[in-house]
Design a protein around this ligand. Structure first.
Ligand SMILES: NC(=O)c1ccc[n+]([C@@H]2O[C@H](COP(=O)([O-])OP(=O)(O)OC[C@H]3O[C@@H](n4cnc5c(N)ncnc54)[C@H](O)[C@@H]3O)[C@@H](O)[C@H]2O)c1
Ligand SMILES: [Zn+2]
Length: 362
């Protein structure tokens, strides 16, 4: 098992990463000062795979466990579902010291985290991420949120967990598409921060996809380490943390204009490529490195071309996203593999040209 300490001004915590560590949950919680009652928030799919053994382990270790089930799906990340959970917490006599264990992917993590942040002005939160995306991204850094009408992830808080327990074994039950969704963010970490990691991903991609446990544990560890070090420097997202948005400005526009027919990971994969091409066109990114990025994304089974969406509409969506100021776009662009820079004066005609060229019909 590996341990990564996230050092923050007031709320430092450990991320424990290993295979099979779900079965040590009770003792890990005790080491971190927990005892008595706890509440697991999960969904029926994750519960079917991991709920019973987790509950057994916790009960054996002397915890009194309540499990609250939320149906599967992004629509559950809502104030309505949060409201139901508050009621259920009150019915189960949850107190201010009762921890919530968020067992699941990013949806459960964000929703249960939001509930933990707000119920009685904050009760302890333990993240137990079970998708690759949740393990490398959403469980780290303390952003919790629900969606509300057109506001995606915009009703929320910075609320750090007390502990994150990441069991690589849980990834075995993911379908290949959900697994692949996490790979887009993994590749992002290599580009923004660490060329050695990028090289490692190139060399080991086949093993990652074939679920080589040793390789996968290293990939999750490395990704968490990169995100943790960025979050430590900028917990409240006022500066450095925005480099984590590499691929996301264009990606969000693609998600929006496609009416979410293109999922987040696919959109981010395309967004990274468009950003890299803009940088190459500006002369700030090497074309050989651009080719390496495209090849890695392709090898991961992620798309590299925009599926027939109007460039003008994409730009309009970015304008809505408040990323455009005085006809210029703010973007995170790669300088080289392992380093990005932020530029807020990319001219829109250039962006439009690259978006047109990046269309699959071009
Ligand atoms: N808070 C943050 O910083 C942050 C960062 C990135 C994304 N997010 C959020 O994360 C969410 C996406 O997360 P996600 O991709 O994990 O989606 P998800 O939580 O919907 O999980 C994807 C699917 O996998 C299932 N699942 C989960 N674990 C499983 C397992 N071990 N075996 C089999 N099936 C399993 C889920 O039930 C679901 O059907 C979005 O709402 C997004 O906004 C948050
Ligand atoms: Zn993302």
């Amino acid at each position: 098992m590996e341990r990564i300490r996230l050092r923050l001004a007031n709320n430092s915590y450990d991320v424990l990463i290993g295979s099979g560590i779900l079965s040590q949950m009770g003792s890990r919680l005790k080491e971190n000062g927990f005892s008595g009652s706890l509440v697991i928030i999960t969904n029926p799919i994750v519960n079917r795979h991991y709920g019973a053994s987790l509950q057994r382990n916790l009960t054996e270790e002397g915890f009194s466990v309540t499990t609250l089930l939320v149906p599967d799906g992004e629509v559950q990340k809502s104030l309505h579902t949060a409201g139901k959970l508050y009621q259920q917490l009150a019915n189960s006599y949850a107190e201010r010291t009762t921890p919530i264990l968020a067992l699941g992917g990013g949806v459960i993590g964000d929703l249960a985290g939001f509930v933990a942040a707000t119920y009685m002005r904050g009760i302890p939160l333990v993240q137990i991420p079970t998708t690759l995306l949740a393990q490398v991204d959403s469980s780290i850094g303390g952003k919790v949120a629900v969606d509300h009408e057109q506001l995606k992830n915009e009703i929320g808080a910075f609320y750090q967990p007390r502990l994150v327990i990441t069991d690589i074994d849980t990834l075995k039950t993911l379908d290949s598409k959900t697994f692949r969704d996490g790979l887009a963010e993994v590749i992002k970490y290599g580009v923004i921060r660490d060329k050695k990691f990028f090289n490692y991903l190139e060399t080991n991609l086949a093993k990652i996809i074939a679920f080589d446990e040793t390789v996968l544990e290293k990939v999750v560890y490395w990704s968490v380490e990169i995100k943790a070090r960025v979050v430590e420097k900028d917990e409240k997202d006022l500066g450095l943390r925005s480099i984590l948005n590499f691929g996301h400005t264009i990606g969000h526009a693609i998600e929006t204009v496609s009416n979410f027919g293109i999922v987040h990971a696919e959109a981010v994969a395309i967004g990274m490529i468009i950003a890299a091409r803009i940088s190459a066109q500006l002369g700030t990114f090497d074309r050989d490195e651009l080719a390496r990025l495209e090849n890695l994304i392709k090898a991961a089974g992620l798309p590299t071309k925009i599926p027939n969406l109007e460039a003008k509409q994409l730009i309009q969506a970015m304008q809505h996203d408040k990323k455009v100021r005085q006809g210029r776009l703010r973007l995170v662009l790669p300088k080289r593999l392992g380093e990005v820079f932020i530029i807020d004066q990319v001219e829109l005609p250039l962006v439009e040209q690259i978006l047109v060229e990046g269309n699959e019909t071009a």
